[in-house]
Write a protein that binds this ligand. Structure first.
Ligand code: ADP
Length: 327
């Protein structure tokens, strides 16, 4: 018989993403609507280990739906990797009477939640808060839409300059292990080439394509590179191209952290609100130790034990579309 959840803790962990605040708001207000008590756990798992835990009410999440970042702050917590750290975290939760957790974060945070929920009798619900969209079991992650729109806006601006000067621009976007931001922003801005960690980059192919485009007088080219591409980031790609095609005017732009911040898009606010609501429903209904996703516009619940084993794959269809549309 599963124990009834009466008091929940909510935290954001790992990399921040726009929409986390909208999600925290949804969790807090849904919990209160259902008569539960709620605490905010500060700085991810660090707040659990160090007992940085505060009570929350409906007013404490007022006026945050439109704000990027996370009011609960976030961190990467070394202690949580160790059994002693997790034991301290458990004792602190017990002290506060917290008997259910909602964890907003990426795959690393889910791994922490999975280990913790296997060791202790506190049910955990994961919510996919990451700009990388690399979690299998959901079509959307909270923050991806905003991040990719920020990248699109920036690349559109860069294209204006590229057109004015007949230049090749190499634009590096975020994505250490996942190429989704590069893929989506590249397609949406008509990039000539998109380099992602999930596909081996063959630099010779890129050079021969550029040579062929030069012959056709197609002189404005945008190449979008994910920071974790196997060939290296934007600077590495630019270096080789400059060596091989010295007459080409090449510029590099690394978009960096602007992709994480800013007001969440409407889409991110919506999925954050919907997922946050369902996370509390899961705790109430006894659907424990899962992460909440959306697949084909329906809620989808993946056990944390399975979630940490799989990664979202990039379909061949996308890669074919990139090739055909960039010709
Ligand atoms: P993200 O959730 O954005 O992928 P990280 O990979 O940095 O971010 O993970 C966030 C935190 O989750 C880590 O700092 C750590 O506290 C916890 N965590 C990640 N992996 C594990 C693990 N194998 N065991 C215990 N805790 C983990």
């Amino acid at each position: 018989m599963k124990k009834k959840v009466t008091k929940i803790g909510v935290l954001s962990s790992g990399g921040d993403s726009p929409g986390m605040n909208a999600c925290i708001r949804a969790v807090v207000r849904t919990a209160i609507y259902n008569g539960l008590e709620v605490c905010g756990i500060m700085r991810g798992y660090s707040g659990m280990v160090e007992d940085d835990i505060i009570p929350m009410d409906s007013r404490s999440v007022a006026n945050i739906i439109q704000r990027g970042g996370t009011i609960l702050k976030t961190s990467r917590c070394k202690e949580f990797f160790e059994p002693e750290g997790r034991k301290m975290a458990y004792e602190n939760l017990k002290k506060h009477g917290i008997n259910g957790l909602v964890i907003l974060g990426g795959d690393g945070s889910f791994r922490g939640a999975q280990i913790f929920s296997n060791e202790y009798d506190i049910p955990c619900i994961g919510l996919p808060g990451t700009i990388d969209k690399d979690i299998a079991g959901t079509d959307f992650t909270i923050g991806f839409d905003t991040a990719v729109n920020t990248a699109v806006e920036a690349i559109d601006k860069i294209r204006d300059t590229a057109e004015a000067h007949n230049r090749l621009f190499i634009i590096e976007v975020m994505g250490r292990d996942a190429g989704y931001i590069a893929l989506h922003s590249g397609i949406a801005t008509g990039a000539e080439n998109i380099l992602i960690p999930e596909r081996k980059t063959i630099i010779e192919d890129i050079i021969s394509q550029l040579e062929e485009k030069e012959r056709r007088r197609k002189l404005v080219n945008i190449i979008v590179v994910a920071e974790g591409d196997d060939f290296g980031g934007g600077n590495e790609v630019a270096k080789v191209i400059k060596e091989r095609l010295p007459l080409l005017e090449v510029r590099v732009c690394i978009l960096g952290h602007i992709q994480r911040g800013g007001a969440p898009s409407c889409m991110d606010r919506l999925i954050a609100s919907r997922m946050g609501y369902h996370a509390v429903e899961c705790l109430l209904e006894g659907r424990h130790n899962v992460f909440v996703g959306i697949v084909n516009n329906r809620m989808n619940y993946t056990p944390l034990n399975e979630a940490v084993k799989k990664k979202q794959r990039i379909s061949e269809e996308w890669m074919k579309i990139v090739k055909i549309l960039a010709s």
